[in-house]
Every structure is written in structure tokens, then in C-alpha cells.
Design a protein around this ligand. Sequence first.
Ligand SMILES: [Zn+2]
Length: 290
Amino acid sequence: MSAAVGIGLLAVALALLPAIADRLALRFGASPVAVLAVALLALLGLAAIPVALALWLASGARAGAVPESVALLVLALVCGRAVARATAARRRLRQIGLAASALARVRGDGVGVLPCAEPLAFTVANRTFVSEGLLAALGGDQEEAVLFHERAHLRARHGRLAAFAATLRAGLFGLPPARRAADLLQAELEVHADRVAARELGDGQPVAQALERLGDDEEVRRRLLRLGQRGGLVGRTVVVALLVALGGGLVATVCLSGGQRLAIVGAIACLVGVFAFAWFLVPLLQEERR
Ligand SMILES: [Zn+2]
């Protein structure tokens, strides 16, 4: 099997992975961390594919078929777009944080209350903000559920994982498979925060009631369904096996598709992948074990 076929098959597997994980999670229940790991692997793998293809075209079996400068241009385009997106997102977040801080009245518990009728709750620059509209819509238990949810985002550092996913998605020009993986990742970050809030309250009811009061769209319905699930057949063992198989497949494909340079790139990709998983997912696991 040629390297191109290997890379192509891997791309198809990675593109299908988020949709399959989403369906299995909704049907059988699964740990949000496990689903997040699958979504992250899909994004990392999809991001590695243009790199593998560019290097293979430039220096692999088809040496000379494509000038190296073309491959480098593709890489520069992907990386440039990702960096530009990350910089813009960071700037926007800082502006939102500054604007919210300027408008909000800070309560005794450190929460900023925004004078706004729309029900809002978000955490930016290490501070949680809620709107007057949200406080008016929720009872005491439900307000507490929202605050526990926001604190879970903060403690488990969900923001940096979401930003990383958005950067990869932008680097891949928002292609449908990358969009699907990033959307699943975002949805499961909410599920993770909901479940942590439910555990800390010792009861899932206030979280569910707060969700029901704040919306009735598809995202809310998904979160309510995932909140009601416990454990499930798609356990972490299955997911770990899947991650090892696909991660190994990815690295092997990259390494076997060309010469020494690709082997070095494969080793670097492997290290980056392991580091990314540890950096992003360990805080989530710690949050679950608290
Ligand atoms: Zn949230």
C-alpha cells in the first residue's frame, strides 16, 4: 500500500471519528473526557495530514514531482491561518474581559454582575460574569449550579483546550471534518462542566432545571441527555485502545511514507500529540477526581 493510500485512509477514519464518537456517546453514554480525547485526536490527526502529504510530495516517493517550495507554501498557509486566528481570538477575549469588567458590579463572592436583561454566564480572564437577566430567571439552587459550572470551566482550564481546537479548525480552513470535531469538543466541554457542577451540588436536578430555563435548542437538549447518563458502554478502556491504535497508525503512516526527514517529523508529531493530550486532558481528569 502506498503512503498516499495510507494517508488517505487515515484521513477518512479521522474525519468519521467525531460523528461516530458523538453517536455512541449519545446512545450508550460515555465519559466526557473520553469523548474529548477522541475529538482532540481527530483534530490533531487531521492537522497532521496536510503536513504528511506536503512532505511526502516534496521529498518522499515522488521526489521532484512537486517543488519543495510548494509544499512549504502549503504548510506556511496552514500555520499562518492558525496563528492569525489564535491571535485574533486572544485579542477578542481580552476586549470582552475588559468591557465586562468595566460594566460589571462585583459581588462579595467575586462574581461580576452585568446590567443586561439577556441571560448570560461566562468566565473570562479568571472572572465569572453573570447578567441580571440570568439571576432574575433562576432560583437559588440553579444560580449555584451555573456558578459551579463556570468554576469547572475555569479550574479544568477548558478555555485553553477550546482555543487550541479553534486554532486547529481555522488552520484546516474550517473544513467539515475539522468543524465537526471542534463542535463535538466544545459540546463535551459543556457536558464536563455540567457533570462537575452536578457532582459538587450532589444533585443533577438544579443543573438540569437551569438548562431548561435558559433555552430549548438542540445544544440544551443534548446537554440534558448527556447529563442524565452515567458511565456507559463506551468506557475509557475502549477509547484508550482506539487512541493508541489511531495515534500509532498516524505516526506509522507519516514515518513510513518517506525518508529520514519524515521519520523525524513523525517522531516530533508523536511527541507533540502526547504533550497535547497530557497538557489538555490531565486537568479535566483531576477535576473529575476531586
Ligand atoms: Zn459552559
